[in-house]
Write a new protein. Sequence first.
Length: 188
Amino acid sequence: MALTAFYKVTTLPATLAPNAFYYVLNGNFAESYVTDNAGVAKALGNSAMINALIDQALANWSGAASTVSIVADIAARDALIATLDANAMILVVDASADPTVGEGSALYAYAADTETIYKIAEYESMDVVLNWADIVGGPTSTPAQIDNAVSQAHTHANKTTLDQLGEDAEGLLFKGQGVGSRWTTNNW
């Protein structure tokens, strides 16, 4: 069975190990790469990939954007677009009528010359208020009773196995031995 090596580095080395994950420090972020059997790296959601996706989305954008207009929903966005003769950025507060948006808001760019709408980003709504009494089919216990039950000691069917898990400075241990997800390098 081939083991996968994990590397935390500040720059991607010139020669890469095959079948490995590389995490490369990039300011406040870490770029991630995975290598194939030949040691060739493939980017995983990296800045270069994100920039390429943005460039692709904006390839047909033909002018400068105005200020961002904020509208309530997709119908209001469409009504606003019908009045526009210039490029615009439009934030739709409830974009759930757009089949590509699950819930929440979305930012759209409108290119007036081609009458094209581009979805630029989605924003999940965080304005949720949930009252304990409103949970349909919820527990009959009070939050305090549940907190108390969780804080009580309990046992697991696999407690013997769990007791054999541990950790050291390099990662997870089982029966005192390193588990295969240990870092090969750790220099940042």
